[in-house]
Write a protein that binds this ligand. Sequence first.
Ligand SMILES: Cc1cc2nc3c(=O)[nH]c(=O)nc-3n(C[C@H](O)[C@H](O)[C@H](O)COP(=O)(O)OP(=O)(O)OC[C@H]3O[C@@H](n4cnc5c(N)ncnc54)[C@H](O)[C@@H]3O)c2cc1C
Length: 497
Amino acid sequence: MTADKSIVCACEDVTVHDLEDAVARGYGDIESLKRYTGLGTGPCQGKSCEVAAMRICTSGNKLAPGAQVPFRARPPFAPTAMAEFAGLQAPPPSSEPQPGLRPTWGKGPHPLQPATPLPEKVDVAIIGGGIMGLALAWHLAGEGAGKVLVLERGYLCEGASGRNGGGVRAQWTTPTLIELAKESIAFMGRFAQELGINVWLRKGGYLFLAHDEETLRRIEGSVDLQRKHGLPTRIVTAGEAGEIAPELDTSKFLAASWNPEDGVVFPWPFLWGYAEGARRRGAQVETFTRVTGIETGQGRVRALQTDRGRVAADRIVVACGAWSPQVAKLAGVQLPNVPYRHEIVSSEPLKPFLGPLVTMLGTGLYFSQSMRGEIVGGMGDPQELPGLNQSSSLRFLARYSRALTELVPRLGSVKLLRQWAGCYDVTPDHSPVLGETPGVAGLLQMSGFVGHGFMMAPAVARRMAEWMGGTKDEIFERFALRRFAEGRLEKETFIIG
Ligand SMILES: Cc1cc2nc3c(=O)[nH]c(=O)nc-3n(C[C@H](O)[C@H](O)[C@H](O)COP(=O)(O)OP(=O)(O)OC[C@H]3O[C@@H](n4cnc5c(N)ncnc54)[C@H](O)[C@@H]3O)c2cc1C
């Protein structure tokens, strides 16, 4: 390896050496390279560096040229001020369900699919290499659960786990979710020691703004519960909120709930850390490998079919986020989860001015400032149609920009750089589906985390691994799939977006 400091991506200061280092560490496909080095995430969106980066990655037999699949350009294609979008009449939502994005490499297996055979038999096969599957693999491998295999159809970060806002908060409205989030956030603080990679946890707090009396009553009730669980959450006046998050137009809300210990993490290293940690403990994590079938017989799981062959497994975990219903169907199981697109956007970097993640209950607007200075935020759309749709829309930019600049007028002149979307995995009671599947022994569910799976993953994965090892745990009763058939739905809770 050379230590060539020639710049390839001028926007983000990425050198030839950085690219070679990323390839050597296994982040050589262009999507992973982009995330690992920052290449192509600046104002030019890869227009001036992507081709050079791909050439460098394929030179010297590092990666086969056919394996280099360009990343998608992200709209808006030129940096554009939020005021321009805010002034637009938001176009109506598409009346047709949108198809999923077509793979950029065409038909068939991904060109980077490994040529090595998969094991013939494992103890636990986990379908889905998102945060849930990877965190579970790390815990299982640490607990002597036998041979553990994770199968991910794309690169790590392909699903919602690589597309989210990284918000982590313990401000929830049920004891179970408060405790899961508390444990998870505490673990994020130790992540670098435990897993050797920094997830950049920044405890800037979360401000939940209440725009009307009814919402104010709701947050007051939740603050009481959170304080009983040891959180320092309190209600602050609009004026105090304006001191915590400068530039807010404090006439737009009545008050807020404030927990200074909530925060934001940088999503990608969170996945890589679990994946590397799981591998170090002996688990096998296979990317670019799609599960195409689940064999069952005599009331239990037998094996998986993949586009790299068959793997027999004693237990199979469906951890496919928004794709979980599709995958569970391979075993003849119907999940009540429904996927919904959720869009998000990042601005040009600004000097640090915003500590907390701010969210407006009601509209579902949320935004925070990333460690690179960008304002990263999103907003749900009540008119969004269900579907595995990860495309981006002008409608979102118009609605988001209007909502954000009404609340923070100074942001009107700030340019938006990069827009993307992922899918929320929504269940009828906005709570997860965990544990056993009625009628199919050995098929375990780990899905339905809506817009908050990232902040729950460390605790949920630990408890799932322990439960799989024989420890009793009430969450596998509370969140069992059969609760829907039994009409035992969870209480509504604070969902953003
Ligand atoms: C825009 C957006 C913002 C969000 N913001 C936040 C936030 O601020 N905080 C927070 O906590 N949560 C947030 N979330 C939610 C969070 O990202 C998810 O709850 C979480 O990442 C779900 O993790 P997962 O592992 O269940 O699913 P995923 O990360 O989606 O992983 C599932 C994986 O399964 C793979 N897969 C699917 N089918 C197959 C198959 N047949 N074979 C093999 N692999 C397959 C997919 O490729 C995918 O990688 C947000 C989500 C979105 C979309």
